[in-house]
Ligand binder design. Structure first.
Ligand code: IMP
Length: 201
């Protein structure tokens, strides 16, 4: 029996994070089929050796294109604190060392910022998309402040110490739906999807 598919495009999302795969499938137009790294049999670790968030996103998507031939996108995110010279940035996940520990990362940021008055910071997401020979970058930034001590229990990473501008709640005090509406990842994702929809015309 012939299987009829309505998908016009297949894209690999270069991540092992099943939550991210689940999230993207709720956003992405139905004409696009999303495959995970597991789906294409990629089980090796792709080393994130970039000096910037955008470099790391590109390293992952180009690795898949070069080694597996699939059109692909990947994301990389981080927190950038102005008065810490953009730290932790590309080191956000492992700021306080390995193994990765969010509580220790938060403690380290708060310690470094103890006497700092300007608490401005931003979350940045870069999505790198590689289709055939074309490489595109989509960026999402949300500006805010680092508060003095953690607040809220939702989310992950630095959510409990980041208060976006124009809101009196930290990311960890927002529902996932509300956070996705305004977050760096949500903004970058919307740009990616707008571009993919245009491709389908
Ligand atoms: P990833 O590239 O999405 O895996 O993000 C790298 C690291 O940045 C995470 O491990 C977190 O420490 C931090 N991070 C990225 N996005 C967020 C967020 O939305 N909230 C809190 N921390 C985040």
């Amino acid at each position: 029996m012939k299987i009829i598919t309505t998908h016009k495009m297949t894209l690999v999302f270069a991540t092992n994070n099943q939550n991210k795969i689940k999230e993207i499938k709720t956003f992405i137009p139905k004409f696009i089929k999303i495959l995970s790294l597991q789906d294409i049999g990629c089980f090796e670790e792709i080393e994130e050796t970039g000096k910037t968030i955008s470099e790391n996103a590109f390293i992952k998507s180009s690795y898949i294109k070069n080694n597996y031939g699939y059109n692909c996108f990947s994301d990389d995110s981080g927190l950038e604190v102005d008065k810490l010279g953009g730290e932790p940035g590309v080191f956000s996940a492992r700021y306080a060392g390995i193994p990765v520990d969010s509580d220790k990362n938060i403690d380290l940021i708060l310690k470094k910022m103890k006497s700092i008055i300007n608490r401005s910071a931003q979350f940045r997401t870069c999505i790198s998309l590689i289709t055939e020979n074309k490489s595109q970058l989509f960026e999402g930034i949300v500006k805010g402040k680092i508060i003095d001590s953690p607040r809220g229990s939702a989310g992950f990473g630095y959510d409990s110490i980041f208060k976006p501008d124009n809101l009196n709640k930290t990311f960890a005090e927002l529902s996932l739906k509300k956070k996705n509406e305004i977050s760096h990842r949500g903004i970058a994702l919307k740009k990616l999807i707008k571009y993919l929809i245009k491709l389908n015309i």
